[in-house]
Design a protein around this ligand. Structure first.
Ligand SMILES: [Zn+2]
Length: 462
């Protein structure tokens, strides 16, 4: 039976049934981070959304039948500038930033290479770095020149946009609009203002490699060629899904399509193109000048990663998302309720159909979360299984409580002793003493609940 999955495809502007080229190796690519600075909360959105898609594909086709490549851009103007500014090498900057990025996204419940790849089995999650693929870029660039789709000019290699009759099919922008946008980058060596850089000379102090096409001076790749090279190497000339943020449709994805299709003579690069919507903060566009620029780490300092993940997935991935404190508080309460309902239950072997169906409908996460909410009132095992598919409830209620106690640095023996003291004071009707003990517990960050059966339980406050 073919698993039911429908995806909205930017290429066709339609939602259609997903049919992989090879169901035993479903291949997806997502544009990953440019590692020059701490990732912000807007960067977290595609990472979380396409992690969920990866999990769903693994569920539908089998974990051994899905390959996911999410690249790392480690050569870029911003990287060069930042390394210079900080007085460190480019490699030190990109390694350090990538290590922080990994720490951030692991806390967001994102599947990592070590969770997915098994010794002796084919590699199913790849995080290729641009600078490890210069050879593939050379081959693509030389292939494009040989096919008459690129030309050499003043140490640059440029893609010849007018040589591709259906350039612009992904973004569907009118030619005059693209030309107006491209005019910002007018250069004397360009034949058409739309032509874009595949390779360019390195300036002094910039990283450089031997150039392709017989160019003497060393140089470095343009941005778009990286993704054509990495997706080709790891997924093939054509593959199933290419994903990224909506801001990448033009020019980045349009140019990736142009490079790959014109080099390989194929009708498509990827069959399905997925794009996630924008993120704004408290109703405003996030920007450094507005002072509402939040890194993933800053959010994680205040909220558990699971709350952040839920807050991101509560909005459908194609809709714009408004990141608010109120939303985070609501997500936190929702998770508390799920943990309470799941208790110590083991997940059911089968994931509940309602959750799979909702996700299969173009990743309808609001509907899937609604389904989890319904199950929280009725079926703990099904709730655990459904939540598990989406990367939620990785622990039981008791484990989570123990983790929270550990994270808050609470002395459990001291809390238990105070609770016993409070019990004795109340038995002796010494209300002043009882109030003093309650204040001491509050000061420790603990909230106490007296149950109907006469027992007292406590949790980490707020
Ligand atoms: Zn890309």
């Amino acid at each position: 039976m073919t698993p039911m999955l429908r995806l909205y495809n930017t290429l066709t502007r339609e939602k259609a049934a997903f049919a992989p080229i090879d169901p035993t190796n479903v291949r997806m690519y997502a544009c990953g981070p440019t590692v020059y600075d701490a990732a912000h909360i807007g960067n977290a959105r595609p990472i979380i959304v396409f992690d969920l898609l990866f999990r769903l594909l693994r569920h539908l086709y089998g974990p051994e039948h899905v390959t996911y490549a999410r690249n790392v851009t480690d050569v870029d103007d911003k990287i060069n500038a930042r390394a210079l500014e900080r007085g460190i090498t480019i490699r030190a900057l990109t390694d350090g930033t990538l290590a922080q990025f990994h720490k951030d996204i692991r806390d967001l419940g994102v599947l990592m290479a070590e969770d997915v790849n098994r010794a002796g089995a084919p590699v199913r999650f790849i995080e290729p770095r641009a600078t490890d693929h210069i050879g593939e870029m050379h081959r693509l660039i030389e292939g494009l020149v040989a096919a008459g789709h690129a030309y050499v000019a003043e140490g640059h290699v440029l893609f010849d946009v007018p040589s591709m009759p259906d350039y612009g099919a992904l973004s569907k922008r009118p030619l005059d609009e693209m030309e107006a946008g491209a005019r910002v980058e007018v250069a004397p060596y360009k034949r058409s203002p739309l032509d874009f850089v595949l390779w360019k000379p390195s300036k002094a102090g910039e990283p450089s490699w031997p150039s392709p096409c017989g160019i003497d001076a060393p140089g470095r790749p343009g941005w778009h060629i990286e993704c054509s090279a990495m997706s080709w190497k790891h997924l093939g000339k054509t593959f199933d899904i290419h994903a990224g943020g909506i801001d990448l449709i033009f020019p980045h994805h349009e140019n990736e399509v142009a490079q790959s299709r014109c080099c390989f003579g194929t009708d498509v690069m990827a069959n399905v193109w997925l794009h996630n919507g924008f993120l704004q903060v408290e109703g405003e566009k996030m920007s450094k000048s507005l002072g509402n620029f939040i890194t993933i780490r800053q959010v994680l300092d205040d909220w558990p990663g699971e709350v952040v993940r839920l807050n991101m997935l509560k909005t459908h991935y194609r809709q714009p998302i408004d990141w608010t404190l109120r939303g985070l508080e609501e997500s936190s309460r929702m998770l508390d309720r799920w943990y309470e309902a799941a208790g110590e239950a083991a997940p059911d072997a089968a994931v509940p159909g309602g959750v799979v169906e909702a996700l299969g409908d173009d990743l309808n996460t609001p509907a899937a979360i609604g389904e989890l909410h319904r199950l929280a009132g009725s079926d703990a095992g099904a709730l655990k299984a459904g939540a598990g598919l989406m990367g939620f409830l990785p622990t039981t209620k008791a484990q989570r409580e123990a983790e929270r106690v550990g994270a808050a640095g609470i002395d459990v023996a001291r809390v238990e002793a105070l609770i016993a003291e409070r019990k004795a004071a109340r038995a002796a009707k010494d209300w002043a003493a009882s109030d003093r003990v309650r204040d001491a517990l509050t000061a420790l960050g603990v909230s106490v609940k007296d149950n109907k059966d006469g027992t007292t339980t406590w949790t980490v406050a707020g």
